[in-house]
Design a protein around this ligand. Structure first.
Ligand code: GAL
Length: 420
């Protein structure tokens, strides 16, 4: 299996602003769940904040430090949520202060139902007091789950917390974790800044669990039709990263990271930042790949060709370049080519192709680029290729159309324009 990514230009974009201006590019940070589950503590969070700084991850863009499930134990007599006093002896305000002093932002987790997935108190009927409590602590990000919500309407439940957060006056990124069940991409723009689009990611390339957990390649497949729904301030979330955990090879990890960048996905690391291999740091801090994810145009990439085991995926970038993944998902080595016309460029144009993993220009190529798979069976290579055309692009500059959440998503209009 093998992957490459590349890009080519067509114009200038004016990113649309979400109502509150938050998450104009996909949020980046770290979350405790994938690696630590319920084993969270003040010490872990502080050490992770330190590691975000010392490894260079903060400076590469990772900003939000988010505690997932299990930090909370009960409510007090006033109904206020109480953090585990054994695991968080200094309290959440002190932890938030520590995180902020490192130049980072602080996030917590709750659930729209009566209890979290790990049976801690949920926020149902406590939205206002919880939002105020979080704001008082200095919380900047809330991940909001969907366990124990039988009989609840997701739109109503998430809108309630969204309103409660806004009413605090504190800018808080709102991350919906409803697993994609009610197709939140169709209704959650304006309620949340990001919404999970699948069940829980698993630390494996192609495994699947009967309860809905799934490996990287299955999540990739489920993103294919969601590109019209992402944009500045409202992102599809294919779940947190598994880079740096035990289940993926280095090349599978590069493929995982490449696709998340092409999807304009939130980049929320989920590994132990205190003990990372050189490979893991290099992947997570590859600024050229991160730049694809964080591109100001804010378009999610899509599949432009599917030849069975060979696929070509493309994401337009603000400067008109294209990010392209050449993906061999088969078990045999094979060559994959992309021609300029299938990524919206003049067929006979010349393009500079750059490999965003080797960080080198491949050359100025006419009409097409062909990459050869160097690997044997099941090898996954992940390269990102950058190209810029030397021929004036067709159709002139990008334009965004303004749309209400009920009209066709603005990205659809952009894509339609690109496809002319
Ligand atoms: C799941 C969620 C995971 C994690 C977990 C905590 O519903 O998808 O990302 O938050 O709950 O219990």
């Amino acid at each position: 299996m093998r992957v490459w990514l590349m890009a080519v230009v067509v114009g200038i974009a004016a990113p649309a602003m979400a109502a509150d201006g938050l998450a104009q590019t996909p949020p980046m940070g770290w979350n405790s769940w994938n690696k630590f589950g319920c084993d969270v503590s003040e010490a872990l969070l502080k050490e992770t904040a330190d590691a975000l700084v010392s490894t260079g991850m903060r400076d590469a863009g990772y900003q939000y430090l988010v505690i997932d499930d299990c930090w909370q134990v009960r409510r007090d007599e006033q109904g206020q949520i109480v953090a585990d006093p054994q695991r968080f002896p200094s309290g959440m305000k002190a932890l938030a202060d520590y995180v902020h002093a490192k130049g980072l932002k602080f996030g917590v987790y709750s659930d729209a139902g009566t209890g979290t997935c790990e049976k801690r108190p949920g926020s149902k009927d406590h939205e206002t007091i919880d939002a105020r409590t979080y704001a008082g602590w200095g919380v900047d990000y809330l991940k909001y789950d969907w366990c124990n919500s039988e009989g609840q309407d997701p739109h109503d439940s998430y809108a309630r917390m969204s309103r409660a957060l806004r009413a605090t006056g504190r800018p808080i990124v709102f991350s919906m974790c409803e697993w994609g069940t009610s197709r939140p991409w169709q209704w959650a723009q304006g309620i949340a800044h990001l919404w999970r689009s699948t069940g829980d990611i698993q630390d494996c390339w192609d495994c699947g669990k009967s309860w809905g957990g799934m490996g990287i390649v299955h999540i990739i497949d489920l993103q294919a039709d969601l590109y019209p729904y992402a944009g500045p301030g409202h992102w599809n979330d294919p779940d947190m990263l598994e880079v740096g955990n035990k289940g993926l090879s280095p090349s599978e990890s590069r493929a995982h990271f490449s696709f998340w960048a092409l999807f304009a996905a939130p980049l929320i690391a989920g590994n132990d930042l205190r003990a990372m291999s050189k490979d893991t740091v290099e992947i997570l801090t590859n600024r050229e790949v991160i730049a694809v994810d964080q591109d100001a145009l804010g378009m999610q990439g899509r599949k432009v060709r599917d030849n069975g085991p060979q696929e070509v995926w493309m994401k337009p970038l603000a400067d008109g370049a294209r990010a392209v993944i050449l993906f061999n998902r088969g078990t045999e080595p094979s060559d994959i080519a992309v021609s300029w016309d299938e990524i919206g460029l003049p067929a006979a144009g010349k393009a500079v192709v750059r490999d965003l993993w080797t960080k080198g220009d491949v050359g100025v190529l006419a009409g097409r680029y062909q990459a050869s798979s160097r690997g044997g069976p099941r090898f996954v290579g992940a390269s990102l290729k950058w190209a810029s055309t030397s021929v004036p692009p067709p159709g002139g500059p990008w334009r965004r159309t303004v749309s209400s959440p009920t009209s066709p998503p603005r990205s659809t209009a952009k894509w339609r324009r690109w496809r002319r």
